[in-house]
Design a protein around this ligand. Structure first.
Ligand code: FES
Length: 153
């Protein structure tokens, strides 16, 4: 399905902007919003490009640059921090060989931080794509990432 076809599945009301942006990002193989897709969205919703780009840039859930197939979000909110969640960041960075905010050269993983994932009772926590992983430890992180690496799709 083309970008135009995907956008036209929604009614052309401006209150559909976030829905369209989510759909565009979720269906892009590199999980991000391209400039062309944002321009097409602006035309369809009869909004200025600046307004659409402004919304896309405002929310941390949207990315304006290509990301990996698997997006790792490590929680940096207070409960996870108290439970040593921050010490898990260098572990993940070491396993992946990248810094937070970067994507691995093979395009498999992007590492990002996130605010509370609603898993405080089982902190520290992270998400990979839509899946939550709790009680993080160095060993658990290595195991989880190894499992994702071995997935074929
Ligand atoms: S503070 Fe990390 S899940 Fe709530």
């Amino acid at each position: 399905m083309s970008t135009q076809e995907l956008i036209r599945q929604f009614d052309p009301g401006q209150d559909n902007l976030l829905n369209i942006l989510h759909a565009l990002q979720n269906t892009h193989p590199q999980s991000y919003l391209t400039e062309e897709a944002l321009e097409e969205t602006a035309r369809y919703l009869k909004m200025t490009k600046a307004a659409v780009f402004g919304v896309a840039g405002y929310y941390s859930m949207f990315s304006l640059k290509p990301r990996g197939r698997h997006i790792i979000r490590i929680c940096i909110s207070p409960v996870c921090e108290i439970m040593k969640g921050n010490s898990m960041i260098p572990v993940i960075e070491g396993v992946l060989g990248i810094k937070t905010g970067e994507t691995t050269k093979d395009g498999l993983f992007t590492l990002e931080t996130a605010e509370c994932l609603g898993q405080c009772h089982e902190a520290p926590s992270m998400m990979i794509n839509d899946k939550v992983f709790n009680h993080l430890s160095e060993e658990r992180i290595r195991e989880v990432i190894t499992n994702f690496r071995s997935q074929k799709s």
